[in-house]
Design a protein around this ligand. Structure first.
Ligand SMILES: [Zn+2]
Length: 478
């Protein structure tokens, strides 16, 4: 490093926080937030006038008693509210080309898809307070690696790798006249980019599942029934067969992780509940009886979750005309059916007390900007603001840990403001428990911190909390 650059850096440190000198040799100074009202990820109430200490990339103390730390950089957050970074539990970062998923067939290659994904992950996720995404179909595994190395900016990523579905199912993106098995090397573009796997039979499932896990997938995603945004599959059909589902679950368990399923109705939910799938996406056409079964199973085992895509189902699928522009007529009709079902079943899930996470399923231009409206939509659907935030923070953090040895961020908790949690922290000017809509106002989000490092800061006159060196602890094993 040239001496002039070094002296500029030193001048920056000294000018803004002279007390850090004692720590200059050991890394960045601790950061102490004082007098902040904390939503800890679960609520239902705020912890008022708390002090929160961040050391390196981890929260080490949360207390209403004073915390004394020599050399800490102190941020007075009087009147502000701190929440954990938001976690979008149903995202498809690689499927962001303007024309939707089908665009991979004809208009974009994997490199362009990755570049578009990275731009959105910074602008519409990290900078808006979404510090973690569970990517549940799509293959951003190398993008995630580059983020973790500090080469590009974006949220943490838990990815399923390519989603596993049958020929003619929700993973089959080949054109109507191009059956996936006659394409070059047997792969259509969805498969060539690693975003999907088209499987027929237990051996195919085994191979696809293990390929995903080999490359760093944190869990598996399978298609249990028809989908709105795919071409050949009415919502009513079943996806993977019994033996195929059982094999996916077996391989996930062998690797200490779990299966998430895309499914809409009772028959596929029943099959997956019986065979050991743990994360149930969508489900907008299930009956009240199935909701009761899900809640009973959760109360008994604590090992399943319902993943709610509120904005996508309630608002985007609110009517035929509100459907995404790239949908065909048939896709729009399927969306209308899902939109009608969700209003009933989300009310039952709330009433019976299901364990819930939130995920937007919002991608592509015009939709990606609406990711956070999924949270406010939870309130429109009858949940309290604290519940809505819990779906996107505390509960989400619990489910992410179900990845066990495949967890890419295994050392600390996520989605919580508590000791031994990653320092993924947001500071809001105002109280989202009183007015959830304030989370949509960019100016009210004054600090975005991920891994102890600020990416947005309109709160304190200092750059010393920005651009701190990335801290990566060595992976630990239970
Ligand atoms: Zn989805």
């Amino acid at each position: 490093m040239s001496s002039s650059i070094k002296s500029v850096l030193l001048a920056t440190v000294f000018a803004f926080s002279p007390v850090v000198v004692a720590h200059a040799q050991e890394g960045p100074p601790p950061i102490l937030f004082t007098n902040v009202d904390v939503f800890d990820g679960f609520g239902p109430d705020l912890i008022e006038d708390a002090n929160v200490l961040v050391e390196g990339n981890v929260i080490t103390q949360v207390s209403t008693d004073p915390i004394e730390v020599e050399g800490a950089f102190v941020i007075d957050a009087t009147g502000k509210v701190m929440t954990p970074g938001l976690i979008d539990m149903h995202q498809h970062v690689m499927l962001n080309p303007p024309e939707g998923t089908a665009a991979y067939q004809t208009r974009w290659d994997g490199a362009a898809g990755g570049a578009i994904a990275i731009q959105y992950m910074n602008d519409h996720m990290l900078m808006k307070g979404i510090t973690t995404v569970r990517d549940i179909a799509g293959d951003p595994l190398d993008v995630a690696k580059a983020i973790d190395m500090g080469l590009i900016r974006g949220p943490r990523v838990y990815s399923s790798g390519g989603a596993i579905g049958q020929t003619g199912g929700h993973s089959d993106w080949a054109g109507r006249n191009v059956p996936p098995h006659i394409l070059e090397n047997g792969l259509d573009m969805g498969q060539a980019t690693g975003n999907t796997w088209v499987v027929d039979g237990v051996d195919d499932v085994t191979r696809a599942a293990r390929l995903n896990l080999r490359r760093g997938a944190a869990f598996l995603k399978v298609m249990g029934g028809g989908g709105v945004a795919s071409e050949f599959d009415p919502l009513e059909i079943l996806g993977l067969a019994e033996d195929e589902v059982a094999r996916a679950v077996e391989i996930a368990r062998d690797n200490g992780t779990y299966v998430a399923v895309h499914a809409y109705h009772d028959e596929s939910y029943e099959r997956h509940l019986r065979l050991g799938t743990r994360s149930f996406e969508h489900g907008f056409l299930i009956s009240e009886d199935m909701v009761k079964k899900m809640v009973a199973k959760y109360n008994e085992t604590k090992d399943i979750v319902w993943s709610f895509q509120c904005f996508m189902s309630v608002k985007s699928f609110g009517s035929y005309d509100s459907m995404p522009a790239f949908f065909t007529h048939e896709q729009k009709l399927k969306g209308v059916a899902a939109g009608e079902g969700v209003r009933r079943m989300s009310k039952w899930m709330n009433e019976y007390g299901m364990f819930i996470v939130g995920g937007s399923d919002m991608f592509s231009p015009g939709l990606v900007e609406k990711i956070k409206e999924d949270i406010t939509c939870n309130v429109d659907a009858g949940f309290s603001p604290a519940q809505a935030l819990k779906h996107w923070t505390g509960n989400a953090g619990i489910v992410l840990k179900w990845s066990g040895p495949k967890d890419p961020y295994s050392t600390y908790h996520l989605g919580q403001i508590a000791p031994d949690s990653y320092a993924d922290i947001l500071i809001w000017d105002g109280n989202p428990l009183e007015d959830i809509n304030l989370i949509l106002d960019e100016d009210r989000l004054q600090l975005v911190m991920k891994d102890g490092r600020a990416y947005k800061n309109t709160m304190v006159e200092s750059d010393s909390i920005m651009y701190r060196p990335a801290v990566r602890e060595p992976k630990t094993y239970p």
